[in-house]
Design a protein around this ligand. Structure first.
Ligand SMILES: C[S@@+](CC[C@H](N)C(=O)[O-])C[C@H]1O[C@@H](n2cnc3c(N)ncnc32)[C@H](O)[C@@H]1O
Length: 264
């Protein structure tokens, strides 16, 4: 049955698919995220904020990293999904609206969160003042406007994949999200008064079984109602799942930006 999707965070009602989503996201994106976080020097005694912590993988990495003596605050609209750990405080918090402490953190990280928050520029201002002078922010975000098919079992299969990506991007934009925000993060951080802004882009090859592509497979189910609203059919969603799992399919990923900056 087709139901009208609610506005707001597009993935709020993942239900039992939440673990699949989190596992694919973590496998696809954690290595680059933690490589860059480690380069800040984060270590024993640091105070960190993980924004939109999801299932808490990065919050837990930070907790291990800042021991002994450090602490991590993980916030999310749905904080119950973050497992508890010593040194980790977990709070419900809307980063678009709720206040943050002043000059509290040495490091703030947010991955794939602020693109979903229409008030993101105001949030960047609050995140800047939540950092201690010299403190680091790292924002990991996508620009989904790039992601060409490189090889497909047929021209029709390639077109179907492109149709799916376009429908998905429209569906996300309809919720107030900005799925191309990755390309704007660096400029927005500079506009919010951060310094030493350092944007690093990354594109990888997607083929059957790649966790980044599996995340898209899972989106055909989690965003199903929103995709039907954008003109796709259940039959097309089934077909595009088969395309993305075909051994002959290859695509470039979207661009993933990992942007670091510091509070002056
Ligand atoms: C795509 S998930 C990413 C989770 C995690 N950062 C990661 O990369 O694995 C987005 C997360 O942001 C949270 N979120 C969305 N809007 C938010 C808001 N306004 N304030 C706080 N968290 C929010 C969601 O509940 C979800 O856990």
């Amino acid at each position: 049955m087709n139901t009208t999707p609610a506005p707001g965070y597009a993935f709020a009602e993942l239900g039992e698919l939440v673990q699949d989503h989190a596992a694919s996201r973590s496998a696809a994106y954690d290595p680059f995220t933690v490589e860059r976080l480690a380069a800040t020097g984060v270590g024993a005694g640091w105070s960190c904020l993980e924004v939109g912590a999801g299932e808490g993988e990065i919050a837990h990495w930070l907790v291990r990293r800042v021991a002994p003596g450090g602490r991590v605050l993980a916030v999310d609209l749905a904080p119950e999904r973050v497992p508890a750990a010593a040194g980790l405080r977990i709070e419900r918090h809307d980063i678009g609206h709720d206040p943050l402490p002043t000059a509290e953190f040495d490091l703030i990280h947010a991955r794939l969160v602020l693109q979903h928050v229409p008030e993101r520029q105001a949030a960047l201002d609050r995140l800047r003042t939540a950092l201690r002078p010299g403190g680091w922010i790292q924002i990991d975000e996508f620009d989904v406007s790039y992601g060409p098919v490189l090889m497909a079992p047929s021209a029709e299969a390639a077109r179907l994949y492109e149709t799916f990506l376009a429908a998905k991007n429209r569906a996300l934009a309809a919720t107030g999200a900005r799925p191309t925000w990755g390309r704007e993060v660096a400029a927005d951080l500079a506009a919010a008064g951060f310094e030493a802004v350092d944007p690093q882009p990354r594109i990888v090859l997607w083929q059957a079984g790649h966790p980044g592509l599996e995340l898209l497979v899972s989106h055909t189910r989690t965003l199903r109602d929103r995709l039907l609203e954008q003109g796709m059919t259940d039959s097309q969603l089934e077909q595009v799942r088969a395309v993305m799992r075909h051994p002959g399919f290859r695509a470039a990923s979207c661009v993933r930006y990992c942007v670091q900056a510091r509070r002056p």
